[in-house]
Design a protein around this ligand. Structure first.
Ligand SMILES: Nc1nc2c(ncn2[C@@H]2O[C@H](COP(=O)(O)OP(=O)(O)OP(=O)(O)O)[C@@H](O)[C@H]2O)c(=O)[nH]1
Ligand SMILES: [Mg+2]
Length: 366
């Protein structure tokens, strides 16, 4: 086909055509295929669809979970979209509750959902107190799975899966409590856990550094893999960035939803007799690092790991269960159904999941 015979509609957007003006001017590079234009197509699609992120907060009563979520909404994440409200006291959380917030910035829409939970481990006997949280997380996976396997499924499945669980550690300055270890060990197998030291303004800088180091050691000793998990680093660059985060975890945070005027600037802070603790100031606390990890640098990765690791394990296990039930109903003995062993997170043992997780992912069940 001669050059003149190319229909207009086929002219690459990169040289005009579909969206722009007809190409005039500099000679076209004939070796150019236009593969890079896929990025623009993906960007347009993502802008239209918007983004969703579901964050859960868990921890002992009074550690500032609800306050921190308000801080997150009112901080630079969504300051523009939050109307000034009367300064009311945050009530005690008594049930698991989801609050969604639509945020728009530079034409990008995001639905941020926070799942607030009541004080965890407040009873005299705290055995199995992690179960309601585990159930909530699994219920969301189940809802997604049911929609996914529906014959007439929605084009876009509503995603209520918990992408990340922020676990609040009390600022004791000593070490993790057995309850903290138990919760994180069990839950880190089904959801991305981001531990934080609550009310960090109650610790001196030395205490804070010591406590952070101690917690990291204890997590390691107990085989608890919190987000960003080493196992899921994709390449050397990923590893380098995530290693820095792993060295900082757990973030020592301070929360507040009260705005103050300091040196002519309006900011979120906690006013004390000796000054104002600015929650977004990294010299005062590590809230900004937490926010950046969740929203600015790792949001897509947090969602990808939820979908390709945690949800996938749930899906494989549930479909295996169904297959086994059908086989039993048809009188087929167990051996005829070749199913992999159930995922460790499901039998809820304290085993550390080895690379075996990845093997689960490639098992397709027809
Ligand atoms: N010093 C200090 N106090 C805080 C901080 N964050 C919250 N508080 C205060 O701690 C109290 C409890 O805060 P909440 O946010 O209701 O705590 P919660 O964890 O949601 O409590 P429950 O709903 O009972 O589980 C409130 O008086 C807050 O103002 C913080 O970072 N530092
Ligand atoms: Mg609360």
């Amino acid at each position: 086909m001669s050059e003149a015979a190319v229909p207009d509609a086929l002219v690459s957007p990169a040289v005009g055509g579909l969206y722009g003006e007809k190409a005039v001017g500099p000679a076209v590079d004939f070796s150019y295929v236009g593969i890079d234009a896929i990025l623009e197509q993906m960007r347009r699609k993502a802008m239209k669809q918007g983004f969703e992120l579901n964050i859960m907060v868990v921890g002992q009563s009074g550690l500032g979970k609800s306050t921190l979520m308000n801080t997150l909404f009112k901080s630079k994440v969504s300051r523009k979209s939050v109307l000034a409200t009367a300064q009311e006291k945050i009530p005690k959380t008594i049930e698991i509750k989801s609050i969604s917030h639509d945020i728009e910035e530079k034409g990008v829409r995001m639905k941020l959902t926070v799942i607030d939970t009541p004080g965890f481990g407040d009873q005299i006997n705290n055995e199995n107190c992690w179960q309601p949280i585990m159930k909530f997380i699994n219920d969301q996976y189940e809802a997604y799975l049911q929609e996914e396997i529906n014959i007439n499924r929605k084009k876009r499945i509503p995603d209520s899966r918990v992408h990340c669980c922020i676990y609040f550690i009390p600022p004791t300055g000593h070490c993790l409590r057995p309850l903290d270890v138990e919760f994180m060990r069990r839950l880190s197998k089904v959801v991305n856990i981001v531990p934080v030291i609550a009310k960090a303004d109650t610790l001196t800088l030395e205490e804070r550094d010591f406590f952070k180091k101690k917690i990291r050691e204890e997590l390691r000793a107990n085989g608890i893999d919190v987000y960003p998990q080493k196992e899921f680093d994709e390449d050397a660059e990923d590893r380098m960035i995530n290693e820095k985060i792993r060295e900082m975890i757990p973030f020592a945070v301070v929360g507040s939803d009260q705005e103050y005027q300091v040196n002519g600037r309006r900011l979120l802070g906690r006013k004390t007799k000796w000054g104002t603790i600015e929650v977004e100031n990294i010299a005062h606390c590590e809230f900004a690092y937490l926010r950046d990890l969740l929203i600015r640098t790792h949001m897509q990765n947090i969602k990808d790991i939820t979908s390709s690791i945690h949800y996938e394990m749930y899906r494989v296990r549930r479909l295996n269960e169904n297959n086994t039930m059908v086989a039993h109903a048809n009188g087929i003995p167990d051996l005829a159904v070749t199913v992999p062993p159930p995922c460790p997170c499901w039998v809820q043992t304290s085993l550390k999941i080895p690379n075996y997780t990845r093997h689960c992912l490639i098992i397709e069940i027809s």
